[in-house]
Design a binder for this molecule. Structure first.
Ligand code: C2E
Ligand code: SIN
Ligand code: SIN
Ligand code: SIN
Ligand code: FE
Ligand code: FE
Length: 431
């Protein structure tokens, strides 16, 4: 019977545990699904929600999403309630990412190649004459027994296949593994149509952001892919440790990681508005030139002023705040990013704005400040040679409480081996 206890919270009552939805509830949920999914902009969060909802609709124990990239299917996201429940609270399922060719030899590949859904009652009892085989690799490494699999294509309006959705091990109301019904098939067919539209939109958003990053790179040769990847990698690592210390939920951490990663990559995107003469000057900047250069913070924030998503907000915050200093002597200070003028009460006699100080600087700004300077000092610039690591570390230590948030500097030193591995992974020479 239903395992829902009294006093369960709100929506969990309908969606949680093993309770099988009534037909009426399924129809209502399907109607709400499009609205719900279209509010999510981040691709990873969207995949998570799609799988959670898909599993609820047909009461399945596990599921995976594969996303197509040309002739390949990338295993992109997975959930498994049985395996999840064996883990200590708060821990994530670790799964390897892999890709399989789109051909008729695997179940997922077959569905992507033919566009036809497959409803398999027991994958260990497939007719040997069928073109596709079940790969036991996952079951063997995970200690799981896959039985029934329902696989549907994620097809967009053009008829193109964006990926496939695979739902595993249907359960009856007693939690016993059973097969997927014809009604389940139909339900998932409609479900996949709604999910595909939302997934395509999130993919386009991500692709646009990546294009924006590449444009910024073309404009400023120093902002290479390697540099922005390193700054983003350091930032995400520092954030994650900061968040773990505060016992934020893994869900919240994952969401912020992804947003911060892209926002950090765009920290200097405002430099697209800086003239080449200044941007590419092979020498120290004059005072006037430096004043113009500093505008890249405000120019960047302006690009994200029309906020459509959490990502826009984070990117605006990072662009605006990555040159503030913990001691209040950074720039641009308390300004309105639209006008670039000092906010009321923060005007300085010289027409500038008072710098933000300490925790007046948003967390993401404080994190990227540290990541950016560490990388700038480690790198060759048109105006300077790279510094030795020992000199850089001394500088960062000295700047704790001056340029940088001391708590973040402590995290940085605690995670120095991870920071170094990110540095090695995105090495300029390998580009
Ligand atoms: P960037 O090169 O990415 O440097 C980012 C930040 O790293 C700098 O912010 C600064 O805080 C730190 N940093 C970089 N190089 C050094 C250094 O040699 N010594 C020390 N102590 N810190 C360093 P900042 O100063 O606000 O500069 C922002 C951006 O302005 C720089 O980004 C760079 O694009 C440009 N810039 C700054 N100074 C010069 C310069 O003398 N010549 C040229 N051509 N560009 C400069
Ligand atoms: C990544 O997310 O791929 C890089 C950052 C990290 O290694 O934590
Ligand atoms: C922003 O509004 O873009 C950043 C928040 C702040 O200025 O404190
Ligand atoms: C902090 O500033 O330490 C927490 C608030 C934030 O997210 O900026
Ligand atoms: Fe900058
Ligand atoms: Fe930079």
């Amino acid at each position: 019977m239903a395992t829902i206890s009294e006093g369960c919270r709100g929506i969990e009552l309908v969606f949680g545990g093993r309770r099988v939805l009534t037909e009426k509830e399924k129809l209502d949920s399907l109607t709400r699904l499009g609205v719900e999914l279209n509010q999510i902009n981040d691709l990873d969060i969207l995949m998570e929600r799609v799988l959670t909802r898909a599993r609820q609709f047909v009461n399945a124990d596990a599921g995976s999403i594969y996303i197509r990239d040309r002739q390949w299917l990338h295993f992109s996201y997975t959930q498994n309630e049985t395996l999840q429940n064996k883990l200590p609270r708060g821990e994530k399922l670790v799964y390897s990412t892999f890709r399989i060719p789109i051909d008729e030899k695997s179940i997922a590949g077959y569905v992507a190649a033919t566009g036809q859904a497959l409803n398999i009652p027991d994958v260990y009892k497939l007719e040997p004459t069928l073109p596709y085989k079940f790969s036991k690799r996952f079951d063997q490494t995970a200690g799981y027994r896959t039985v029934s699999i329902l696989t549907v294509p994620l097809t967009i309006a053009t008829g193109d296949i964006l990926g496939i959705l695979q739902i595993i091990n249907a359960q009856d109301e007693n939690g016993r593994i059973t097969t997927f019904t014809k009604a389940d098939e139909q339900m998932m067919f409609h479900f996949a149509g709604i999910a595909a539209v939302a997934l395509e939109r999130a993919q386009m958003t991500r692709a646009l952001i990546l294009r924006m990053i590449r444009m910024a790179e073309m404009r400023d040769p120093k902002e290479t892919g390697a540099h922005v990847n390193r700054v983003a990698g350091f930032s995400v690592e520092i954030y994650e440790q900061w968040a773990l210390k505060r016992q934020l939920s893994q869900k919240e951490i994952d969401k912020s990681r992804d947003i911060l990663r892209m926002a950090a990559m765009l920290h200097d995107v405002g430099k697209v508005a800086t003239s080449d003469v200044i941007l590419k000057k092979p020498d120290r900047l004059s005072d006037d030139e430096y004043q113009i250069m500093k505008q890249h913070t405000i120019q960047g924030a302006r690009l994200f002023e029309n906020r459509q998503s959490d990502f826009d907000e984070a990117a605006g915050i990072v662009a605006l705040n990555h040159h503030e200093r913990w001691d209040g002597t950074g720039y641009p200070g308390h300004v309105d990013p639209v006008t670039g003028l000092a906010l009321k009460g923060f005007e300085l006699p010289n027409g500038g704005a008072r710098g933000k100080k300490g925790k007046e600087i948003p967390l993401f700004g404080r994190i990227v400040a540290l990541a950016d300077v560490f990388d700038a000092l480690s790198s060759r610039r048109s105006y300077k040679e790279p510094w030795d690591e020992s000199k850089i570390l001394k500088q960062i230590e000295m700047e704790a409480g001056r340029h940088f948030d001391p708590e973040l500097v402590e995290i940085f030193f605690n995670r120095l081996d991870v920071i170094r591995s990110i540095q090695a992974r995105y090495n300029e020479e390998d580009e």
